[in-house]
Structure formats: C-alpha cells, structure tokens
Design a protein around this ligand. Structure first.
Ligand code: SF4
Ligand code: SF4
Length: 57
C-alpha cells in the first residue's frame, strides 16, 4: 500500500502534516509523502478537508 497526494486538490493547509504519526508528510512545493516513513495508516486521508489524500493498495 502507499499513500498518494493529489496536489491539484491540496491547498497546503497543513492538517495532515500535524496528525501524521510517522512524520511522513512535508509541505514544500506542494505536499509530498515519504514512502520510507509512511505506514499507510490512513489518518491523513481521513482528516484532509479536500480529499487530496488516498491510500492505495
Ligand atoms: S497514511 Fe499515515 S503514516 Fe502515511 S502519511 Fe498518512 S498519516 Fe502519515
Ligand atoms: S490536509 Fe489535505 S489540503 Fe491540507 S495539506 Fe494535507 S493534503 Fe493538503
């Protein structure tokens, strides 16, 4: 599994960054997910107000 960000939907609000227990999310030029850190827990996808994050099989 991996977590995917759709940067067309993301407005860089930072909500997902603050809740990620693995510190896998970074806002720079758009939001990036570090596959090495991400555990695919799905928390970020549940809190994003814009539906920009999804966990894929
Ligand atoms: S799925 Fe979990 S570990 Fe991965 S980026 Fe989202 S909150 Fe962080
Ligand atoms: S919560 Fe959603 S809109 Fe906010 S920074 Fe994360 S992906 Fe972007």
């Amino acid at each position: 599994m991996m977590t995917i960000v759709d940067n067309d939907k993301c407005d860089e609000c930072g909500t997902c960054v603050s809740v990620c227990p693995a510190n896998a999310l970074v806002i720079g030029a758009g939001l990036t997910v570090s596959p090495k850190e991400c555990t695919s827990c799905g928390i970020c996808a549940r809190v994003c107000p814009f539906g920009a994050l999804s966990v894929r099989q």
